[in-house]
Design a protein around this ligand. Structure first.
Ligand code: MEV
Length: 417
């Protein structure tokens, strides 16, 4: 389809308004004054393409998934993997209560274990103080829910760490949690007779986990041998950290792209994911695979996803708001469920491509078009470049330049004929 046709389809499917469609489609969804207010020293904005991943059924619902990413093949790969689970009902996904952890570091506490007990004994009052900072959140069922303490040994001696669990509902929660931690600090100092240093959210959001699982139809995947190939690839990742890092990177290709399209904090989600992968001391795959009794492939994923649909750029950036509307998600938990499904799809697609044909063949069609533009090809020449490169050539800048030169020369000589 052309871009015009695609956006028409998205409008028809999701019911987004003309203005919302325009925010994505115009490629100028971010007004200058808004950009200028978002960060400091603004001189412009960088545009990343937004593609729509198709074929996703999540918890029985058809979902179009906007993905913002500069890398070719990612959107196609996610769509392709989602297709392979459609006959089996698509993705099933859940997200836990959106609880984030805030940390308060207390130094120089005379008797840290006794101080910890005093803090715990005052939990109710401390939670009230936290919740006083955000009555709206409390009204919708969120807010600070629990206080915990830990005494840790560091290279600079013992420290008392006070942690608060905050149900952030539909927000990512960093501002909420940081405000609560900062407000609480003087009370903690008073109770512990120590000195508070850091008061900040933890991005290891172990209490905000998203899970998705799906059965990928053996026939759609390409048969028994493909299933075996994917299981071999998975076993490699589980056994080897060098491979596992790339394996998890592929998962984050999908999750981060949705995070970016929806105006979420991609770095928070990335750091949480990799830290979660390392939670047992090694570095593990965020996905798991096995065969069912019919030889189909069953995949699952579990990771923290601190993504919101309220607050920050999600609420201000017109294109991000439109992306949320396109997905049709109504809560942060629904968004996290879709993101986990996309991560699983992305990983499955990568493992399948890698174990069957190598990643480059799929990648190269788009890559060769990009290289052709760099080598001076005009848009009308691109299909011909791809055709001539066929599957036999290694796609490098040199080979593509050579083909572009040939086509240009032929065009020139046909002009003179
Ligand atoms: C490329 O962006 C991602 C992959 O390398 C992931 C993987 O190797 O599993 C293809």
């Amino acid at each position: 389809m052309t871009m015009d046709k695609r956006i028409e389809k998205v409008k028809a499917f999701t019911g987004i308004t003309d203005a919302e469609a325009e925010a994505v489609y115009s490629m100028s969804g971010l007004p200058r004054d808004l950009a200028d207010r978002m960060i400091e020293n603004v001189v412009g904005a960088i545009q990343i393409p937004v593609g729509i991943a198709t074929n996703f059924i999540v918890n029985g619902k058809e979902i179009l998934v906007p993905m913002a990413i500069e890398e070719p093949s990612v959107v196609a790969a996610a769509s392709n993997a989602a297709r392979m689970t459609r006959v089996m009902g698509g993705f099933h996904a859940t997200a836990s209560t959106p609880v984030m952890i805030g940390q308060i570091q207390v130094l120089g506490v005379p008797d840290p274990h006794a101080a910890a007990q005093r803090v715990l004994a005052e939990s109710e009052r401390l939670l009230d103080i936290c919740n006083g900072t955000n009555p709206t959140l409390v009204k919708v069922g969120g807010g600070a829910k629990e206080v915990r303490t830990r005494v840790i040994n560091t290279i600079r001696g013992q420290m008392l760490i006070v942690e608060i669990d905050v149900d952030c509902r539909d927000a990512m929660g960093a501002n909420t949690v940081n405000t609560m931690a900062e407000t609480l600090a003087p009370y903690i100092e008073e109770l512990t007779k120590g000195r508070v240093r850091l008061r900040i959210i933890s991005n290891l959001a172990v209490k905000r986990l998203a899970r998705a699982w799906a059965t990928f139809d053996k026939e759609s995947l390409g048969g028994d041998e493909v299933v075996e190939g994917i299981l071999d690839a998975y076993a490699f990742a589980e056994a080897d950290q060098y491979r596992c890092t790339t394996h998890n990177k592929g998962i984050m290709n999908g999750i981060t792209a949705v995070a970016l399209a929806t105006g979420n904090d991609t770095r928070a989600i990335e750091s949480g994911a990799h830290s979660y992968a390392a939670r047992n001391g090694g570095y593990e795959s965020l996905t798991k695979y096995a065969k069912d009794k019919d030889g189909n492939l069953v995949g699952s994923i579990e990771l923290p996803i601190a993504a919101g649909i309220l607050g920050g750029a999600t609420s201000t950036h017109p294109a991000a708001k439109a992306a949320i509307k396109i997905m049709g998600v109504k809560t942060a938990q629904e968004l996290a469920s879709v993101m986990a499904s996309v991560g699983l799809a992305q990983n499955l697609a990568a493992l399948r491509a890698l174990s069957v044909e190598g990643i480059n063949r799929g990648h190269m069609k788009l890559h060769s078009r990009n290289l052709a533009v760099l080598a001076g090809a005009t848009p009308d020449m691109l299909d011909e470049v791809v055709k001539r490169l066929g599957t036999g050539h290694a796609v490098t800048f040199d080979t593509v330049s050579e083909v572009v030169k040939q086509i240009k020369a032929e065009k020139e000589s046909s002009k003179h004929d």
